[in-house]
Design a protein around this ligand. Structure first.
Ligand SMILES: NC(=O)c1ccc[n+]([C@@H]2O[C@H](COP(=O)([O-])OP(=O)(O)OC[C@H]3O[C@@H](n4cnc5c(N)ncnc54)[C@H](OP(=O)(O)O)[C@@H]3O)[C@@H](O)[C@H]2O)c1
Length: 180
């Protein structure tokens, strides 16, 4: 199953935070809804899921119906969330969607969960939206200490509103000591 990490970055390379004062760009949200519609699922960390639930709908677009049809998998060790499918690990989220017959999974965040998937080598593609904003030191997408991965640019697209989307394939990370 192909796993696509979908995230918005700031122009200074941060993993963009979403707050009521600084919500995500509508163009990025519309792209997320379109990709959920096409793929039919998303995997999300407990914190981001609860933030998502607590936010008012920001647009009249039919994203609510798209999400209602999607398989939503919340990852949480504590299980402190009610409603959709809740699993205890990244691997369990992938196994759940595979059992449900999905050919691809969209990984929606947040920072902790995205980095957990990267650390476990579970990401096949990155779909990164660079938003025209700057932040403070902020959050980061990263590999574990010493990690390095080559990316292959698959596509770039202007989403409008100053948001540029870069899609990359993530080459498998060579194991330490392996001959390239
Ligand atoms: N830039 C973007 O595209 C984007 C997208 C989404 C969110 N965000 C931002 O990211 C921030 C939230 O990120 P976050 O890191 O605080 O929260 P998060 O990753 O959404 O959720 C963290 C929680 O998910 C569970 N979890 C994460 N990794 C796990 C693993 N490997 N195994 C089992 N459970 C796991 C744990 O839940 P329990 O505590 O219940 O065990 C953990 O406390 C917010 O600022 C939000 O606005 C940005």
């Amino acid at each position: 199953m192909k796993i696509i990490l979908w995230a918005t970055l700031t122009a200074n390379g941060n993993y963009a935070r979403s707050t009521p004062a600084h919500p995500p760009k509508p163009e990025a949200l519309a792209d997320f809804a379109a990709q959920v519609g096409a793929i039919g699922n998303f995997i999300v960390g407990r914190q981001t899921f609860q933030e998502f639930q607590s936010q008012p709908r920001r647009s009249a677009e039919d994203a609510g119906a798209t999400f209602a049809r999607a398989d939503i998998v919340v990852v949480s060790r504590s299980g402190e969330v009610k409603g959709p499918t809740v699993v205890g690990s990244a691997q369990a989220a992938v196994a759940h969607l595979r059992e449900r017959g999905h050919a691809a999974a969209l990984l929606a965040g947040g920072e902790q969960l995205h980095n957990a998937f990267l650390a476990e080598g579970l990401v096949d593609e990155l779909c990164l939206n660079v938003a025209p904003v700057l932040e403070d030191a902020g959050l980061r997408l990263h590999l574990p200490p010493g990690g390095f991965a080559s990316l292959r640019l698959l596509a770039s697209r202007d989403l409008g509103g100053g948001v540029l989307q870069l899609r990359y394939a993530l080459a498998p990370t060579p194991r330490s000591g392996a001959i390239a």
